[in-house]
Design a protein around this ligand. Structure first.
Ligand code: ADP
Ligand code: MG
Length: 239
């Protein structure tokens, strides 16, 4: 299967997030020192920076899990955040874990029906009734991605989501992310340690240092395309 991705430059641009002058300190440690950043729908923005530079703090603020001290973050719709560890609830089945991400989760039957549909999108329909502890690392991360997608986010926040996976599983996750992105057209803010991953997946790579965005590099390469290898494993690559 070949998927050509929409270019952010060609699509009608719509805001996923508008961030101005965002500041955050913990005690007297200034972690974010005036962040200005716009993310459009249909745009993948990668964020790199040393450990402790404030990347997770920025994502947590955008997800509504932490409060900024100053500035403004206007995020469209329900932003959702996925982490390096899938953080699944071990005593709930895969489908019920995904349903937890649904804004309509109180209607359990409807939420679980939608969860099954999203699980099919990430290639996990046959694991819907499994227990999280029986999943491989890649399957657990797909489940976490499904839990993030069920809210139909305009902005998908990913905090080193592929960091703990082996290299081949990471490539198939890249492919999955690119396919979902092509189909759904959300904006992505992806925190990664892996500069090659950032360049492969992103339209722009930001570098966070000393609380500020010190580089904002446009990746002027053709969009990566998803393709399947003869043995059925799926890879993402710039062709
Ligand atoms: P990164 O994700 O880039 O590694 P973080 O955003 O996790 O960085 O952390 C940035 C800094 O803020 C670190 O020095 C960290 O110790 C500190 N920090 C993060 N969260 C808290 C918190 N809840 N209380 C106190 N300090 C925190
Ligand atoms: Mg972090």
């Amino acid at each position: 299967m070949t998927t050509t991705l929409p270019s952010a430059k060609n699509s009608t641009s719509a805001a996923a997030a508008r961030i101005t002058g965002l500041g955050k300190s913990f005690g007297d440690r200034v972690v974010l020192d005036g962040i200005d950043l716009n993310i459009e729908r249909g745009e993948v923005v990668a964020l790199v920076g040393r450990s402790g530079s404030g990347k997770s703090t920025l994502l947590r603020i955008l997800a509504g899990l932490a409060k900024a001290d100053s500035g403004r973050a206007a995020v469209d719709g329900h932003p959702t955040l996925a982490f390096q560890e899938p953080r699944l609830v071990p005593w709930l089945s895969v489908v019920r874990n995904v349903a937890l991400g649904s804004p309509g989760r109180r209607n359990r039957a409807a939420a679980e029906a939608k969860a099954r549909a999203v699980l099919a999108e990430v290639g996990l329909e046959d694991r819907a009734d499994s227990w999280p502890l029986t999943l491989s690392g890649g399957e657990a991360q797909r489940t976490a991605l499904a839990r993030a997608l069920i809210a139909e986010p305009t902005l998908l926040l990913l905090d080193e989501p592929f960091g703990a996976l082996d290299a081949l599983t990471r490539l198939s996750m890249h492919d999955l992310l690119l396919r979902l992105f092509a189909e759904r057209g959300f904006g992505v803010l992806l925190v990664t340690h892996d500069v090659a991953e950032a360049v492969t997946l992103a339209d722009r790579v930001l570098v966070l240092d000393a609380g500020r965005i010190v580089e904002d590099v446009v990746i002027d390469l053709p969009r990566p395309r998803a393709h399947s290898s003869p043995d059925g494993a799926v890879y993402a690559a710039r062709l």
